[in-house]
Design a protein around this ligand. Structure first.
Ligand code: NAD
Ligand code: AHE
Ligand code: ZN
Length: 375
């Protein structure tokens, strides 16, 4: 069939809207009509050329929601008409990682996924002249139709609005999951969140749900503070307006007979390795736990004095908030529909596919939290 897509032809270039050829689902695969997709900073990271795994031409996008149109041979858990959320972290429930019970990082198809290919090593997308187009994070939601493995689709209730629940496909689950699954934040904790964008705001929302007493937001952009306050931020630090961000946070958290200071939990949602260091170092001696969410450019490395870890701080990372997609994503959709988590105010812009490059401009200008493309 033919479908419309925003194609990343080369690193650093705007996406190009074009008709592309899409082959139908093979065994174990599913054809999905994408109804809406969010623009995550990770899409921009890859588009820009910063991603060591970036392959071009490719159809980017990994934060979508849609409807099953056709299923390939052997597909048993989905049927045409089912509402689904694509999963860049699949859940096969059979690989050593899934069976370990210790991680959400299913390894069943990670190898081919990283090469922009379906599990059989081929691509379903091509240009009208026959040039193959790579898949992206196994999802390629910047296309009106895509083909995905059955194990990479979460079936969700059919009364949930696509233009909101697409955000559960990455940002919402990553942010809230980082708090609940990865950090395991307890009621009464103190926390610092670096980067108050589409991910950081969901970390803040998760911290409020977990019952944090003090939630310190850190961002270079003062405009991000207003929305963060609505989601539970209690204090704000702009690193350009203080002498030393780490010291500022340490001082803010000193209380009673604890004159050491530092937050119980910190989160990097910027992708900047210097910020990751600050996030670790503003956490409390003895027990502070710092979670890296941000994705850093090729070649970037983190560093700190080992003494920071010797003295009890723990450095962790999280992908998709530690969530097991097929099991947990339907629950996030229920929580949204039951009013337990908020999404609507974070979707600041709705765009047509033809306007997708404007969505990336808004991200760079710091004017959007989430821009969502509706098909
Ligand atoms: P975003 O652009 O919406 O937000 C980033 C925020 O960080 C902005 O508000 C920006 O002003 C702020 N910022 C930038 N540099 C800063 C600095 N030096 N100090 C303080 N604040 C700074 O991006 P997003 O969609 O929220 O994504 C955030 C990061 O998380 C990206 O690196 C993205 O690739 C990554 N991410 C990771 C996962 C995962 O599973 N680990 C999932 C989604 C996104
Ligand atoms: N390709 C990058 C890694 C990017 C990365 O870490 N991606 C996260 C999801 S970001 C969603 O917005 C992830 O899931 N990582 C686990 C994995 O297996 O990719 C690089 O640096 O090579
Ligand atoms: Zn993402």
């Amino acid at each position: 069939m033919r479908t419309k897509a925003a194609v990343a032809l080369e690193a650093g270039k705007p996406l190009e809207i074009m008709e592309v050829e899409l082959e139908g689902p093979k065994a174990g695969e599913v054809l999905v009509e994408i109804k809406a997709t969010g623009l995550c900073h990770t899409d921009e990271f890859t588009r820009s050329g910063d991603d060591p795994e970036g392959i071009f031409p490719a159809i980017l996008g990994h934060e979508g929601a849609g409807v099953v149109m056709e299923v390939g041979e052997g597909v048993t858990t989905l049927k045409p008409g089912d509402h689904v959320i694509p999963l860049y972290t699949p859940e096969c429930r059979e690989c050593a990682s899934c069976l370990s019970g210790k991680t959400n990082l299913c390894t069943a198809i990670r190898n081919t996924q990283g090469q922009g290919l379906m599990p059989d090593g081929t691509t379903r997308f091509k240009m009208l002249d026959g040039t193959p187009i790579h898949h992206y994070m196994g999802c390629s939601t910047f296309a009106n139709h895509t083909v995905m493995p059955e194990i990479a689709l979460a079936k969700v209730r059919d009364d949930a609005p696509f233009d909101k629940i697409c955000y559960i496909g990455c940002g919402v689950t990553t942010g809230i999951g980082a708090v609940i699954n990865t950090a395991g934040v307890e009621i009464g904790s103190t926390a610092a969140v670096f980067g108050l964008g589409g991910i950081g705001l969901n970390v803040i929302q998760g911290l409020r749900m977990a019952g944090c007493d003090m939630i310190i937001g850190v961002d270079l952009n003062d405009d991000k503070a207003e929305m963060a306050k609505k989601f539970g931020m209690t204090h704000f630090v702009n690193p350009t307006k203080v002498e030393n961000t780490v010291q500022e946070i340490v001082n803010m958290t000193k209380k009673g007979n604890d004159q050491i200071g530092g937050v119980d939990y910190s989160f990097d949602a910027t992708g900047n390795v210097k910020v990751m260091r600050d996030a670790l170092e503003c956490s409390h001696r003895g027990w502070g736990c710092s979670v890296i969410i941000g994705v850093a450019p090729a070649g970037a490395e983190i560093s700190t004095r080992p003494f920071q870890l010797v003295t009890g701080r723990v450095w962790k990372g999280t992908a998709f908030g530690g969530a097991k997609g097929r099991t947990d994503v339907p629950k996030f959709v229920d929580w949204y529909m039951d009013g337990k988590i908020e999404i609507d105010p974070m979707i600041t812009h709705k765009l047509k596919l033809e306007e997708i490059n404007h969505g990336f401009e808004l991200m760079h200008e710091g004017k959007s939290i989430r821009a969502v493309v509706e098909f």
